[in-house]
Design a protein. Structure first.
Length: 134
């Protein structure tokens, strides 16, 4: 999968990178309405990127830092709360739909069910629970 932003286009491995990011997504989504938004960390393949979020008025400022070189990457980007919530919810819902199609047995796993439940609760906090129902 690809992550695009901050003047970069990063290609990530679905086996290790996606596996390290997906568990974080419900916590990130659930923290969006708060002032302390949980960051996304890409670190499993040595990329070591930290995507952080900060509320400024009605917007969310998204920043990217290289954790290895301790430097900012590109310029911070401004987005609306709704835009960030919808993008992350859509990403997670796409993962759910693909999981149900490609590996339906995993969907019955207690850890997967716990993750799905956390995601549902988080999207409800942001007003996007209908994304999981579709």
């Amino acid at each position: 999968f690809s992550v695009v932003g901050f003047g970069q286009n990063w290609e990530f491995d679905i086996y290790s990178d996606l596996a390290s990011v997906i568990p974080e997504i419900p916590e990130v989504i659930g923290s969006l309405p708060t002032q302390e938004i949980y960051p996304i960390v890409f670190s499993s393949q040595g990329t070591d990127l930290l995507i952080s979020f900060k509320h400024i008025g009605n917007n969310i400022i998204i920043s990217c830092n290289d954790l290895i070189n301790d430097q900012k990457i590109g310029s911070p980007e401004k987005a609306t709360f709704e835009g960030v919530s919808r993008a992350l919810s859509s990403f997670a819902c796409s993962f759910l739909k693909i999981s149900e199609t490609v590996h339906p047995q995993i969907c019955g796993d207690k850890y997967f069910q716990s993750w799905r439940s956390s995601l549902l609760n988080a999207t409800k906090l942001c007003g996007f629970e209908e994304a999981l129902d579709s």
